[in-house]
Design a protein around this ligand. Structure first.
Ligand code: C5P
Length: 404
């Protein structure tokens, strides 16, 4: 992709956006070395922060893209501070998801204990308006102000919640608590999916609170800078070191841990059914390895195969594909400590099987975890959509149309 930049089209407190020659629907985001707090009242420069922030943002967006979430991220940013994104009209809202009470929430609502777990997650919208200190805005006011439709508000809430859960999962695997998170949305201005709502802007160490081991005193994020009474060069160096540490950890987020689903097919006549399972598993990005076996004729081979697969794939789910009365599931259950799935070819449910396998991998694998969350959200929205259609008011009669 060309990186020939033109003049800046926009700039924020900590980033500049450039157009790209001959690509009207693409922008380059360059993050700056500035760090600010209190609506920009406090401002310092930390050399190298822009590059570190770009690395964090790019890895976060790569993870979200891998999970299947709609974002503006295209490429770059990891080592060049030149993140290519799809151009979007920004919605002037900050969407905050809170899993643990902290920050402005406990100031606004003293009844809520600092550090309390928030279930369900709290979603809050703030209007981007520095002059008025980004006030909290209720969904009704967002709609009344023409900033977004009720459907957009619902979509932003759902996508923000899923984003939080995905990143919280990734941090949890690194023994850290994601306390809260801020994201922003835009609407694609052109190209495929024009008009679609996507997660945009940047998501870096300024945009969340992260407490290693769940301990606030070990915080790694921008709050440390906000809390400083005075800012010394030594403070800034500590902030820089934290940002670097966060970027190094986030670097490892967007990876699939190599997992494998072993499909053991009890009888060659059931290969077609195993194909259905393989396809359903592929929807979660889960690879499969297939073997035809026979409990009656090759029991020794099955035991040998299980041992061999266990030795080859550190994360593996075994699936028995066969008739309802096949003894293969029982045999696998006693042969391995790995999780077992069953595909009964007389009444196959490949999608349910794939979901169960994905959930087993999702315990460790943030990408698969995110894909499961997205699938569940889409299933929910299908039901809600069908219900809304069923109960939609009848269309108004066209002027002059006969009333039957
Ligand atoms: O300050 P408050 O508790 O409302 O912040 C909630 C979350 O949103 C925090 O993770 C904070 O870092 C983030 N935030 C942000 N940009 C703002 C305000 C808050 O990234 N302008």
């Amino acid at each position: 992709m060309s990186t020939k930049k033109r003049s800046p089209v926009a700039s924020g407190k900590t980033k500049v956006l450039f157009e790209v020659e001959e690509q009207p629907d693409v922008l380059v985001v360059q993050q700056q070395d500035a760090i600010t707090a209190g609506d920009g009242v406090r401002r310092d420069v930390i050399e190298g922060k822009g590059r570190i922030a770009a690395k964090t943002t790019a890895r976060v967006f790569q993870l979200l893209n891998l999970c299947g979430l709609p974002t503006h991220y295209l490429s770059g940013g990891v080592d060049d501070n030149q993140m290519h994104v799809r151009r979007a009209h920004m919605i002037p809202l900050e969407v905050v998801v809170r899993g643990v009470a902290a920050g402005s929430l406990v100031r606004r609502r003293p009844g809520i204990q600092r550090g309390a777990l928030l279930v369900p997650r709290l979603i809050e919208f703030f209007l981007k308006d520095d002059a008025n200190h980004d006030p909290l805005i209720e969904p009704e006011a967002i709609v009344a102000g023409g900033y977004a439709t009720p459907q957009d508000v619902a979509t932003m809430s759902e996508l923000a919640r899923i984003t939080y859960e995905i990143l919280a999962h990734a941090w949890r695997r690194r023994d850290a608590l994601l306390v809260d998170l801020k994201i922003e949305f835009g609407r694609l201005v052109g190209g495929e999916g024009k008009g679609q709502l996507v997660i945009a802007d940047v998501i870096d160490n300024d945009a969340w609170r992260v407490w290693p081991q769940g301990r606030e005193d070990l915080m790694l994020d921008k709050q440390m800078y906000r809390n400083l009474k005075t800012v010394t060069p030594a403070d800034l160096e500590r902030v820089r070191a934290n940002y670097e540490q966060v970027a190094d950890i986030v670097e490892t987020f967007p990876q699939m841990r190599p997992g494998m689903v072993g499909l053991l097919v009890d009888g060659a006549e059931h290969l077609a059914a195993s194909e259905l399972a393989a396809r359903a598993l592929a929807a979660f990005g889960l690879p499969t390895i297939r073997h035809v076996v026979s409990v009656a004729r090759t029991p020794g081979y099955i035991l040998q195969l299980v041992t061999q697969l266990e030795a080859t794939f550190p994360r593996m789910v075994l699936v028995a594909v066969g008739a309802a009365n096949s003894a293969l599931p029982a045999m696998l259950d006693s042969a391995t400590a790995n999780p077992i799935g069953i595909l009964n070819v007389e009444n196959p449910h490949p999608d349910e099987l794939a979901l169960a396998c994905a959930k087993a991998f999702a315990l460790e694998d943030t990408v698969v975890f995110g894909r499961v969350l997205l699938l569940q959200a889409n299933a929910r929205s299908e039901v809600l959509g069908a219900d809304a259609k069923l109960n939609a008011p009848p269309p108004a009669p066209a002027p002059g149309a006969a009333l039957a």
